[in-house]
Design a protein around this ligand. Structure first.
Ligand SMILES: Cc1cc2nc3c(=O)[nH]c(=O)nc-3n(C[C@H](O)[C@H](O)[C@H](O)COP(=O)(O)O)c2cc1C
Length: 217
């Protein structure tokens, strides 16, 4: 069995990556060690673009039918992921949405599996378990009142249609800088952020661990 965490943050050791690693620790604990392999994929290490609308994945009788035909750093990754047992996506929120890098990645992963028939049916080879972890500056109330959730819902809808309904978690009010005194920041209180970091983030880590632990059942 294999479960992947896909890190949509450019930072490999900050909020998103930390929660993804906790989730993979949870996955490891849920299944006997020798039966499960986990891997984190840092998207910002890879060179690729979003979908280029070549439609090779939809061409009748074409050699790339149902597959992405673009040859770059991710075409081999996409194949591996499609046969996995679980996919945990993680993204920092950028301008109220997932990061551009993750969005481009999802275009490439998902579009080849959508059939242009009347039901937009799926030809994904496997319905693996999925999860989504979002990290962001805004507090939970703002996230709920400002339309963030309906934006997130967009990609979650396609994940559910093609694979399975993602288990979702949010980490709010994240600590963004190593040293707030070095940056111009007036809209957030470092003191409040530090408190959230100390009191809430460990709970978020635990939640991510539980998410991973319950993913493969
Ligand atoms: C380009 C950019 C845009 C951002 N936009 C938002 C935003 O719209 N809403 C929000 O709550 N946080 C926003 N943030 C903050 C990040 O989502 C937040 O700090 C996140 O936890 C960073 O994740 P990381 O530590 O894994 O990189 C933005 C950060 C950057 C760099």
């Amino acid at each position: 069995m294999k479960v992947y965490a896909i890190n949509g943050s450019p930072r490999k050791n900050k909020n998103t990556a930390t929660l993804l690693k906790k989730a993979l620790d949870g996955v490891k604990q849920s299944v006997k060690d020798e039966e499960i392999e986990t891997e984190i994929i840092n998207l910002y290490d890879l060179k690729y673009t979003g979908c280029k609308s070549c439609f090779a994945c939809k061409r009748i009788g074409g050699s790339s039918y149902g597959k992405c035909a673009i040859k770059d750093d991710i075409n081999e990754v996409l194949e591996r992921l499609s046969l996995s047992d679980g996919l945990i996506f993680g993204s920092p929120v950028y301008f109220g949405n997932i990061s551009g890098q993750l969005r481009s990645f999802l275009e490439r992963l998902l579009f080849p599996y959508i059939v242009y028939d009347n039901n937009y049916s799926s030809i994904a080879p496997k319905r693996m378990k999925t999860a989504f972890i979002y990290t962001m500056n805004v507090k939970e109330e703002v996230m709920k009142e400002s339309g963030y959730l309906s934006t997130f819902n967009n990609m979650e809808f396609y994940l559910e249609k093609l694979f399975t309904k993602p288990v979702v978690m949010y980490s709010n009010d994240t600590y963004q800088f190593d040293d707030y005194s070095k940056y111009k920041v007036e809209c957030f209180s470092e003191e409040e952020k530090a408190k959230t970091r100390q009191n809430q983030f460990p709970l978020d880590c635990q939640k991510a661990f539980e998410l991973g632990k319950n993913l493969i059942k």
